[in-house]
Design a protein around this ligand. Structure first.
Ligand code: CA
Length: 223
């Protein structure tokens, strides 16, 4: 799952990126409102974490603008403004939730899960063939054995298992999991696909990741 973080306080931004990546999110960080608007136009984000006092375009203006443009991305406001009126203004401007600084990491993660929940299946486990991916423990398992997947492997498998039998393009994997700011090259997608294939083999999976030349990958049942 890919998040956009708009926070101009550099140390807080860094700490948040670290926490979120450790919890299996991909994060792009921007430090002002204008960059946030630009990134939202080009990136496919699953949620926006938004500070209110931002340079160039403040959080409330940004929020009203994207909602007026019909962008309904889930938004969590993170702000030092703790008055009831500030929260009401934020929520009325289109935010899905509002968390005041300072906050506990656990609560931040719970609120991100809540605002993004409608985009996921209600079940925390995804299944296809004899393979299950547990979204809470990041475990990929068959009846016989299991692996705990690392961040990028987990995100790739999640993307495949939420769209079984559908072609997921190499570009989409790259954009969602590595992000625009990444120094990685596109062929890193193939490298991770090969890691996942090895794990599926070891699990005696009856499903496989099929490659379609110059297009992408899909999860298919083995015949
Ligand atoms: Ca700020």
């Amino acid at each position: 799952m890919k998040l956009l973080l708009a926070e101009d306080e550099l140390s807080l931004s860094k700490a948040l990126v670290h926490i979120l990546e450790k919890n299996h999110y991909t994060v792009d960080a921007v430090y002002n409102g204008q960059d946030a608007l630009d990134y939202l136009e080009t990136g496919s984000y699953d949620a926006l974490i938004l500070d209110l006092m931002l340079p160039y375009v403040d959080g409330i203006t940004l929020l009203k603008k994207i909602r007026a443009n019909g962008n309904y991305i889930p938004v969590l406001i993170l702000s030092a403004k703790s008055e009831v009126d500030d929260k009401v203004l934020g929520l009325d401007s289109g935010a899905n939730d509002y968390l005041t600084k300072p906050f506990a990491t656990k609560e931040l993660l719970a609120r991100i899960r809540t605002i993004t929940r409608s985009m996921q299946s209600p079940d925390s486990k995804l299944s296809f063939g004899n393979i299950t991916l547990d979204r809470a423990t990041y475990e990929l398992s068959s009846g016989m054995d299991s692996f705990r997947l690392a961040n990028k492997e987990y995100q790739m498998m999640e993307l495949l298992m939420t769209n079984p039998k559908q072609l997921v393009s190499t570009e989409l994997f790259f954009e969602k999991i590595w992000g625009y700011d990444s120094d990685a090259e596109l062929n890193v997608v193939w490298v991770y696909i090969s890691y996942l294939r090895k794990k599926l083999n070891a699990l005696h999976a009856n499903i496989q990741i099929k490659a379609t030349r110059n297009a992408g990958y899909s999860l298919e049942e083995m015949l």
